[in-house]
Design a protein around this ligand. Structure first.
Ligand code: DX5
Ligand code: ZN
Length: 229
């Protein structure tokens, strides 16, 4: 399979109706989402709590594209098998979640998933320099993790540095937090190819009225593609 470097929009279901995840996932995919981004929070690593493996396994039945699971939990390693069993395609752990990111990335791949590493805004790009060959994705957080709807923190120098460090290796750069049609072009121009967006995709729509999801996705994609990376 060839590596897909085109811009991919990954709506975060953190901004969906929590009582209706199945239909929300179907709606965003029907409206043009490339991946489905699933934010797992533990009320320990981050000050918010979402859902765990049984819920993610239930989401899997509705995801036809790529289920991109972002773990904001610590520790990570005891839960890796459970997320493999839940059907995650990509499992991303935070660099800051523990001292053994190398072991964690090996274990994620060992469990048959693609492995991602996420970097908080305060963590430098160099943190992943020696684990890139164990990564399929690097997620650059452009907010402090825990909540949707926060203001974008400009991390374009970090994205640029990562793109240079990655070279021609088949590793995605994902940007997560505050992505909308205004911020998307900057991060794509710097080298990102996966855009996570929660509030900017779900605003104005619902499962009963999903057309705004499509308009929002197309607006982010059009702005990003104008960036001509
Ligand atoms: C934040 C999450 C994000 C969040 C993005 O901790 O990882 O995925 O849902 O939400 P927006 O796009 O609203 O900033
Ligand atoms: Zn996320």
């Amino acid at each position: 399979m060839t590596f897909d470097q085109s811009v991919k929009i990954a709506p975060s279901i953190l901004s969906a109706d929590f009582a209706d995840f199945g239909r929300e996932i179907q709606a965003i995919e029907a409206q043009g989402a490339d991946w489905v981004h699933v934010d797992v929070m533990d009320n320990h690593f981050v000050p918010n709590l979402t859902f765990g493996p049984p819920a993610v396994k239930a989401f899997r039945k509705h995801v036809k594209s790529v289920m991109d699971v972002h773990l904001m939990i610590a520790p990570v390693d005891p839960s890796i098998e459970a997320y493999a069993d839940a059907g995650a395609d990509i499992l991303t752990a935070h660099f800051e979640a523990g001292p053994h990111i190398h072991r964690t990335l090996q274990a994620i791949r060992g469990a048959g998933m693609k492995a991602g590493v996420a970097l908080n805004p305060g963590t430098p790009s160099e943190a992943v320099a020696h684990v890139l060959d164990l990564c399929d994705l690097v997620c650059v957080m452009t907010v402090n993790p825990g909540f949707g709807g926060q203001k974008f923190i400009d991390m374009t120098p970090k994205i640029r540095a990562l793109r240079a460090m990655i070279g021609d290796r088949p590793i995605h750069i994902e940007v997560d937090g505050g992505v909308d049609p205004t911020t998307a072009p900057k991060v794509v121009a710097a080298g990102a190819d996966v855009l996570v967006a929660g509030s900017a995709v779900f605003r104005g729509g619902s499962v009963e009225n999903p057309a705004p999801y499509g308009e929002n996705i197309r607006a982010i994609r059009a702005a990003a593609e104008d960036a001509n990376p």
